[in-house]
Design a protein around this ligand. Sequence first.
Ligand SMILES: Cc1cc2nc3c(=O)[nH]c(=O)nc-3n(C[C@H](O)[C@H](O)[C@H](O)COP(=O)(O)O)c2cc1C
Length: 211
Amino acid sequence: MSKVLVIYAHPETAKGSSTHELYKHFINSCVQKNPQDEIIMHNVSEYMPLPLNKIAISIYNKNLAKSTLNADEIRFNDARQKWINEFVNADKYVFVNPMYNLFIPAEMKSYIDIVMQAHATFHYDETGKTVGDLHNKKIIHLQSSGGIYHNGDTNEHVEDLGDKYLRMMLNLMGIKDYQGIFAEGMDHDPMHAVEILDQAYAKAEMAGKEF
Ligand SMILES: Cc1cc2nc3c(=O)[nH]c(=O)nc-3n(C[C@H](O)[C@H](O)[C@H](O)COP(=O)(O)O)c2cc1C
């Protein structure tokens, strides 16, 4: 049995969302193939309680100085530790989002800020290089976007920085098995939106069977 952790970032309810449809096609086939897997899902657009705020930065600085945390900082640290433990204990990760302004939604970035934690998900070697601490895990990134970034017809001045960022951060934590599935171009070519989505949903279903 595997633990599948879904980090979902969409501020709306499921209805009418191509992001949610892409996810549903993926997860339904994944569950059908591996019915014993445990699925844990967080919609971080609905609740993302731990920003990189004054307390978080104070903790960071105090840890560097090896000084004692105050009560608020201990509470914050404990809450963050629960998110980190859940992340570390998962076997597979599903990141699901619409593209917003050429990036992942801010709440998903906040989630990465929480779990990108030295001595928990990565450490530095003696030369100062980052070494990932998470091994034998895999991730799939499911993303919906109005424009096209992956399947040809790309504007040379823009790129999908969100997908690149996720891939890089998870790779730094040691997760090398990374796949992206993109429902893209529905706003760019609305006449073919249904076909574009159907193709992406079919890819998501296929990926779900192999995840
Ligand atoms: C605030 C906002 C920013 C967006 N930025 C982009 C963008 O940079 N590139 C793009 O291709 N689509 C962009 N879109 C379009 C969405 O990514 C696209 O419509 C996506 O399919 C939405 O998924 P949904 O149907 O699940 O809401 C943006 C949409 C919103 C609401």
